[in-house]
Design a protein around this ligand. Structure first.
Ligand code: SF4
Length: 448
């Protein structure tokens, strides 16, 4: 059972020393009870209290990692039902299904598509994260060879070994145990054998059952067999049932602290109709899936799903912003143009990307506006003529460039006169309103 703030307070040192960043031990206890603080923040807590509180303050959804190295993916550890209450922690994993009855050529093509799926968006690398290798052939030898071939072609990509045949599971997991795969396929009839394989090779175990009662009985059984890292499949496949079951599991784990369902959830979105598949996947991304299995890779689908996931898993309390400074794009000379924008990450990456596209070396002055976009910052009084002038003067740019021309975003053309008043000797040039107009604008400017 979760402890109340007062129960937690009784176990803390009660010195109000503030080392945890909170004004009193009681304030810290209240944050712990709401799962908005970590016990590690108090350096003076006793070992006995740690033992009691460690269990009580553990995240209601168990953290689980599959894979090793830079591309390993962490799931679970969520603490809230709604993103705005705090944040969603570990982005859901996109896995694509490759089944072992496909031809070697088809398998190679799918693996190539996974490897080339990575895109860079707002400074983050986004990709298809894992491969769900499905033992459709029910042939243990074929399954093992396909798993090994995929692991050797894509050694860094986390694997989900999917079979309900313990013999096939044994050979396949043994072949790639060092990559810490997820073994998926435990059910009522094979649970002892599958748990034994997961325990032997120290992998996490995916379990499936029809209905949440049966599922929670199975997870308790698996835990009793010595496997703690579990991923649950509630068996729902229609969009409506997936939404209901995912929500029920998240509510049971977060609101009731029901440990038997406090595990990451895997959803299956594969559909022949790719648009429908995308829609089912978006349901999983927005409502509590930790793994969404897809049937294919298409660039348009990746873009839509990656963007959605990035938005859902961005911390709503922390604006996405970049550092205030003058960025050099290309190899600008003292004569190269100087442009200015705000430090909202999306604005920065779009503007800098379009400057790169122009092939015109340039300096981009990025001004701290608390992560707001140009128009919002202007409306909020953070991107004003005085503040821009102060930033330019204090940046030291006047020692780096020979000209005195500043290109401002077209949306704040209204500021041009006021900036020239505040920056004597400078000429303000109004750039395009939309970033996609930047390449043509810069090219025409340097050819003048
Ligand atoms: Fe209390 Fe520990 Fe925070 Fe100090 S660091 S105020 S002892 S909870």
């Amino acid at each position: 059972m979760a402890l109340t703030g007062v129960e937690i307070f009784k176990l803390l040192p009660k010195t109000n020393c503030k080392k945890c960043g909170h004004p009193t031990c009681l304030a810290f206890a209240m944050k712990l009870a709401q799962r908005q603080a970590s016990l590690d923040a108090c350096p003076d807590v006793s070992e006995e209290a740690k033992k009691i509180l460690g269990e009580a303050s553990a995240p209601p959804i168990r953290p689980i990692t599959i894979g090793v190295g830079d591309k390993a993916v962490k799931m679970g550890e969520e603490t809230v039902l709604f993103r705005h209450e705090k944040k969603f922690v570990n982005p859901c994993v996109f896995a694509v299904e490759i089944n072992d009855s496909m031809s070697d050529e088809e398998i190679n093509k799918m693996v190539d598509d996974v490897l080339s799926s990575e895109i860079d968006r707002v400074g983050q690398k986004l990709r298809i994260d894992a491969i769900f290798v499905n033992n459709v052939s029910n042939d243990a030898g074929r399954f093992e060879s396909v798993v090994m071939a995929i692991a050797s072609k894509a050694p860094a990509v986390p694997l989900i070994i999917a079979t309900n045949n313990p013999d096939a599971a044994m050979v396949a997991v043994k072949a790639v145990a060092d990559k810490k795969p997820l073994l998926y396929g435990a059910n009522e009839s094979n649970v002892e054998a599958m748990a034994n394989i997961a325990k032997t090779y120290k992998t996490s175990l995916g379990v499936t059952a029809k209905g949440l009662d049966a599922l929670s009985i199975l997870t308790e059984k698996i835990k009793g067999l010595g496997v703690d890292d579990i991923v649950v499949d509630h068996g729902a496949r229609s969009a409506k049932e997936i939404l209901e079951a995912n929500t029920y599991i998240r509510r049971a784990a977060i609101k009731k602290n029901f440990k038997a369902l406090g595990y990451p959830v895997i959803n299956f979105a594969q559909r022949d109709d790719r648009v429908l598949e995308s829609l089912v996947a978006t349901l999983g991304v927005t409502k509590y899936a930790s793994i969404v299995v897809l049937g294919s890779i298409e660039k348009w689908k990746n873009l839509a799903l990656f963007t959605l996931r990035q938005n859902i898993y961005t911390d709503p309390q922390v604006p996405m912003q970049v550092e205030q400074k003058i960025y050099k794009i290309g190899e600008p000379t003292p004569e190269s143009p100087l442009t200015i924008t705000t430090n909202f990450s999306l604005t920065y990456f779009i503007v800098s990307g379009e400057i790169e596209n122009s092939k015109v070396p340039c300096r981009l002055a990025v001004m701290d506006c608390e992560g707001l976009s140009v128009l919002t910052a202007w409306a909020a009084g953070k991107f004003t003529a005085s503040k821009i002038a102060q930033f330019i003067q204090e940046s030291g740019i006047e020692n780096e460039i020979k000209h005195r021309e500043l290109i401002i975003p077209g949306y704040v053309a209204i500021l041009s006169g006021a900036i020239e008043d505040k920056l004597p000797g400078w000429k303000v040039i109004v750039g395009p309103r939309e970033a996609n107009g930047i390449p043509a604008f810069l090219r025409s400017k340097v050819s003048q």
